[in-house]
Write a protein that binds this ligand. Structure first.
Ligand SMILES: Nc1nc2c(c(=O)[nH]1)N[C@H]1C(S)=C(S)[C@@H](COP(=O)(O)O)O[C@H]1N2
Ligand SMILES: [Mo]
Length: 584
């Protein structure tokens, strides 16, 4: 080991000069992590081992089933038994005395805000899904074991990356929608989530303090036969009497109850279940319900919301549109045009915002990033205060397939090192340290060996468990002795990022002394291979995958990252508008 050969102390130059130091404020037409547009395929669901069912078939099948159901319902209504059933259960459960009537102004506002927020949440959520357009039930994201995909099967190319797998969404669908625009989509998704959550909490508080909850919670089992009766009445096209002003029918009641009290909380819980911050802290839950399970359920909640919106809007407009719109948009129970006018104005606002959101995002990505961080940062910091215990797994948890990601190194210097089995490779550790060093692989391997089996979370949505062997960052810090001024640690890669300049990332020094933060030279008991970062890569299990720099050539201790590269704390932050700490 050459910890500090006389005369070299402090003389290793920084790799900073090799970074792209531009400040990127807008994005051009070719932006999004260096990947060209690529559309996916129609959504498919796996049936059995390897057959895939194209969900577009649901359209004709659904139509046929729908027509058949109408015919059946019409037939049923002719029968005496069903007629008796419907007159016994016309659709309404009795409400307790004192249940409020009508819709107060706060409810109308909340309904509108909910609609408004949902628009952004669903669109940005689709962009996030499109970044890894597959869903799984287990934490292993094994190709062919996905149960849902909107992308072709994974190619056999051994170095195929998750980024290559991402897809573009049709214009106007996603937010922002371009392939691999997940950095910006996440700011939209998470920050509007916060607003939606606040709106939801206010809603819960108000419905329970005003008694409105009595209209949303089924209080008697007769809601089931009533809902069945109403379903038959709707399907037979001979509709039940409208009574939404005072009392929802059984079907409405069930649909609203599920949406408000099951789907909405589930959206929140499954959303949080995908974050490394919480997943690594609530191990008991996350060991059973993995990130992929949470992601799949989160998607099903989306399907429920979309189905609900379609049926809800259809029925509102077909079962006495004027009166229904008066209820929710004007707070009156008559046939005037007020509700319609206000609804139409709200719709105009929604359409304007819908159209403007994506172009605005590309023009002002830093605004989206900053506002997003302002909204989500406090919650994230709160989670980070809970002590992180990243899950440690066992040999049997190791994933059979571990996705690759990122831009592979292609520079002459790296290729020369690789050709010679990294015999001449050195890791440079410098900056605010008492004892700067350059270590070759033999020297690194001579340091105390550290091993761990942990789960990797890629921001794109895939996960995997692997065993890592190498040097704990604690060991390295004992060796180089950071000075008290050192607050951030920069990891420099041999590889360039997609827009040029070295890939790098800044990490807070507190995370460096975590017992699971390490530099890995082995993976699953073998020498780390090219694709996963040979000869050395970072593992910081508290953070998302993009922070774990591969093909490392240098580690620099600094006071702050603001004068490193583009100044935002990492390549993805500078170029793809990620956050410098993204533990959600
Ligand atoms: N040098 C470099 N390191 C990188 C990246 C990259 O593009 N360049 N991608 C990151 C991302 S987004 C992820 S998810 C992980 C993936 O590591 P793996 O390929 O071993 O799965 O590497 C990270 N490290
Ligand atoms: Mo990633």
């Amino acid at each position: 080991m050459v910890p500090d050969p006389a005369g070299t102390r402090g003389q290793f130059p920084s790799f900073r000069t090799e970074l792209d130091s531009q400040h990127h404020h807008g994005v051009g037409d070719d932006w999004a992590g260096g990947v060209a547009p690529q559309f996916g395929v129609a959504p498919r669901i796996r049936v059995g081992q390897s057959k895939w069912f194209n969900l577009l078939w649901l359209i004709p099948i659904g139509l046929v089933v729908f027509i058949a159901l109408i015919a059946i319902a019409k037939g049923l209504r002719e029968t005496a038994g069903v007629q008796a059933f419907i007159s016994q259960y016309p659709g309404l459960s009795e409400l307790p005395a004192g249940t409020p009537v009508g819709f107060p102004a706060w409810l109308q506002w909340q309904h509108f805000l909910n609609l408004f927020f949902m628009l952004f949440i669903i669109r940005s959520g689709l962009t996030i899904l499109a970044d890894h357009p597959r869903l799984y039930w287990t934490r292993n994201s094994t190709p062919g074991k996905d149960w849902f995909r909107i992308q072709k099967p994974v190619p056999t190319d051994a170095l195929y990356t998750a980024k290559q797998d991402s897809i573009t969404l049709p214009n106007g669908v996603g937010l922002p929608g371009r392939r691999h625009s997940i950095g910006l989509a996440r700011w939209w998704h998470l920050s509007i989530d916060m607003l939606w959550l606040v709106n939801g909490i206010v809603f819960y508080v108000l419905i329970f303090t005003t008694g409105q909850w009595l209209r949303l919670v089924p209080l008697h089992w007769d809601v089931i036969p009533n809902a069945l009766s109403v379903t038959i009445q709707y399907l037979s096209l001979d509709w039940p009497l409208e009574s939404g002003w005072t009392n929802y029918n059984g079907l409405q009641l069930l649909a609203y109850f599920i949406t408000v009290f099951i789907a909405a909380p589930l959206a929140l819980i499954t959303g949080l279940g995908m974050s490394p911050a919480l997943s690594t802290r609530f191990r008991r839950i996350s060991s059973v319900f993995s990130i992929q399970f949470a992601r799949s359920l989160h998607f099903m909640v989306l399907c429920w919301f979309v189905l609900f919106i379609i049926v809800h809007v259809t029925l509102v407009l077909t079962t006495g549109a004027l009166q229904n719109l008066n209820h929710m948009f004007a707070g009156r129970d008559d046939q005037s045009w007020w509700g319609f006018v206000i609804f139409a104005l709200s719709l105009l606002i929604l359409i304007a915002v819908w159209v403007a959101a994506t172009p605005f995002t590309y023009r002002h990505p830093r605004v989206v990033q900053r506002v997003g961080y302002a909204l989500i940062g406090p919650a994230q910091r709160l989670f980070e205060h809970i002590d992180a215990k990243p899950g440690q797994y066992t040999e049997k948890d190791i994933s059979p397939y571990f996705w690759h990601n990122g831009n592979y190194p292609a520079g002459a210097a790296y290729l020369a090192l690789q050709a010679d089995d990294f015999r001449d490779y050195t890791l440079r550790v410098n900056g605010l340290v008492k004892n700067p060093v350059e270590l070759n692989l033999t020297q690194l391997r001579a340091l105390t060996h550290h091993e761990q089996i942990t789960q990797h979370f890629c921001i794109q949505g895939w996960s995997g468990v692997a065993k890592w062997g190498g040097v704990s960052m604690r060991t390295l810090m004992d060796l180089v002795q950071p000075t008290p001024e050192a607050k951030w640690v920069i990891f420099y890669s041999h590889a360039l990022g997609p827009d040029g300049g070295l890939y790098y990332d800044a990490q807070p020094i507190e995370q460096m002394s975590h017992h699971l933060t390490m530099l890995a030279y082995d993976m699953n008991d073998e020498t780390l291979d090219f694709g996963h970062g040979a000869p050395l890569r970072l593992r910081n299990e508290i953070e998302l995958g993009f922070k774990m720099v591969k093909w490392i050539k240098g580690v620099e201790f600094v006071e702050h990252f603001s004068d490193v590269g583009g100044g935002l704390g990492g390549y993805n932050n500078d170029h793809e508008f990620f956050g410098y700490s993204q533990s959600i």
